[in-house]
Ligand binder design. Sequence first.
Ligand code: AGP
Length: 603
Amino acid sequence: MCGIIGFVSSENTKAAVLIEGLKKLEYRGYDSCGIALVHNQEMALYKTKGKVKVLEDKLDKSLEGTSGLAHTRWATHGEPNDVNAHPHQIERVTLVHNGIIENSHELRKFYEMQGVTFKTETDTEVACAVLNDCMNKTNNKIEAIQKACTILKGSYAFGIFFDDELDKIYAIRKDSPLLLGEGKNIVFLASDCSAFLETTNRVLELNENEIAILDVTGITIIDEEGNEVKRESKEATLSLEEIQKDGYDTFLMKEIHEEPMVIKKTFHHYMKKSLTDLNDTMPSLKKYKRFVFVGCGSAYHAGMIAKTLMEQKARVISSTELASEFRYSNPILDDDTAVVFISQSGETADTLAALRMCNEKGIDTFAIVNVLGSSLAKEAKVFLPTLAGKEISVATTKAYCSQVAVLSLLCLKKAMEENKLSREEKLAIENEIERLPLLMKKYINQTSVEKIADTIQHHNHVFFLGRGLDYALSLEGSLKLKEISYIHSEAYAAGELKHGTISLIEKDTPVITCITNPDLVLKSISNTKEVETRGAKVFLLIREDLYSNLMDASAVILLPKVHDVLQGIVSILPYQLLAYTVAKKLGCDIDQPRNLAKSVTVE
Ligand code: AGP
C-alpha cells in the first residue's frame, strides 16, 4: 500500500507532474500525501493529511523543479496527519517509502539511545535514521543503501534524496513494487506506471535489491554485487484510456460496464473455439485429487464459487481458505493437491506469503491473477491470467468476474479430465459462453435496483441470504455494500440464520435473498418466510424461471437463467449495481472508500 512517484529532469518541470502522478496512485492509499521538490538545488517539502486534491489546492500552480519525490499514504505506523505524511527527513536523507518496516520498534529505541530525536510515529522515519547512520559510516551511497537494507526487516520501495546530490534520486525495492520510466529529458520511478504514463510509456523493471540511480543522464541500475546492469525499456502494457473514466462518474461504474467485454476476452483467451482448447491453454490437472482455493476478500469469495463448482462438476474434493488463516494453519498438503491462489493485484501480502509457504513445501501452486508481472504471477508454478485490464476502483467488480470465469474453466477442465462432462453439457456450456457477454451488457443497461437502494439507504443493517453458490454471491454482495456505502451488512447461509442471528431481525430489517438453484428454491423461500414473519422487509434476487409469485417481496430482481457453471458471473451484477446505487445516494466516495487501499501489501 502507499504510492510513490519521483522524477529527475534536465529542465524545470511543473510540480503538477507529481500531483497528477499521485492522483493515479491514490488507489494505493489516500490518508495523507506529500512532495519534496528540488528547485535551484534547494529542497522544499509540502505535506498534508487527506487526499491529493487537498495538497493540490494548497500548492502554488507555478511551482516547479528539476527533481522531486512524492507519496500518497495508507497509514500503518502513526495516525494519518500532516506530520506523519511522507517524505521523511533525517539529516542527510530524505525519502518516501511504500511497505512496512517490521523491526522499526527496536530500531527506534536503539537510535533514540544514540540521541536521535524522531519527529513522527512512522516506521519510515526510522528507515531514514538507519540510512543516515549508514551514510555517516561509509560515505558511499550505494554501500549505505545496501547496508541499511540488511538492517531493515520487512517490505519496502524507497525513493531517496541525499542532501549533497539533489539532482539524483536513488531507489531500491524489496517485496513492494517499483517501476522506472524513461521519457524525453525526464526519468521517473513509481509504484505503478500509470503515474507517469501521460509523459512516457517506456518502462523499465527494477528487480528486488537492485539499486536505481536517476539523474539527468538517465537511469543506471546496479545489481547486488555492485555491477551495472544493462536493461532496455519496454512499452507499457497499460494504455492511457484504461486509466481514464471515459465519461462515467466513477471508475466503479466504468468497470461494471466493462464486465461483458472482460468476460469475452477472458473466455476467448482460454478457449478459441471450444472447451477442448483448455487442453492447450491450461496445464493437465489429472494428478490432482484435491484443490485448495486461497484468497482474501472478494478473491476468497471467487474461491468459494470455485470450490462449489469443482465439487459439483468434477466431483473432486476442494476447500476454500482465507490466505491470512491458511498461512499460519500448518496445512496438510501433499503431492496430489493443487493450491490455487486468487488475486487481482498479485501483491496481497497474506496471499503471497501463503504461496511462498506452499512453494517451500514443494506443493504445486497456481496463481489466478490480474496484474501481469506481479509477485504472485511470477512466483506461482502455473500462472493463469485474468484479463480484466487495469482495475482502479478500490472495490473490485470486473476483476472478480474474470476470476470467476477462469475458475469456472479450471473446474470444467478437471470435469472433462474426470469424464464428468457429457458431450451435450459441454456443447450447452459453449453456447452459453458465446451469448454471455451480450446478455450481461443488456442486463447491466436494463436492470434497475432503485427500489431496493431507496430502502436500504435508510438502514444501518442489512442481511443477505443464499444457499450454496448463492451464499458465495451473498457474501460478495454484502462486502460490496459494506465497502462502498458503509452500511453494515451480513451474509448468511440461508439455513443458518435461525441458529442465533435471527434474533437481530426486527421490523423492517432489509433482507435480500438470492435464489438461482432450482433444487434449493423451496428451502430458500422457507428461510425468507422465517424472517418475513419476524418483520423483515424482504427483497428477492431470483433466477427468472424460478420466480412464480410464490412469495411476496418488497421488490424482486430477476436474474437471467444461464448454465449453472456461469450463473455466478451474471448473478453478481445486481449486487454490484446495488452497492453503487446506495453509495451514490449516500454521497460516499465510491472509488476510494475510507480506510481502504486497492492492494493490501501489509499483513
Ligand atoms: C474487494 O472489493 C476488495 N477491495 C478486497 O476484498 C480485495 O478483493 C482483497 O483485498 C484481495 O485483493 P487482491 O485480489 O488484490 O488479492
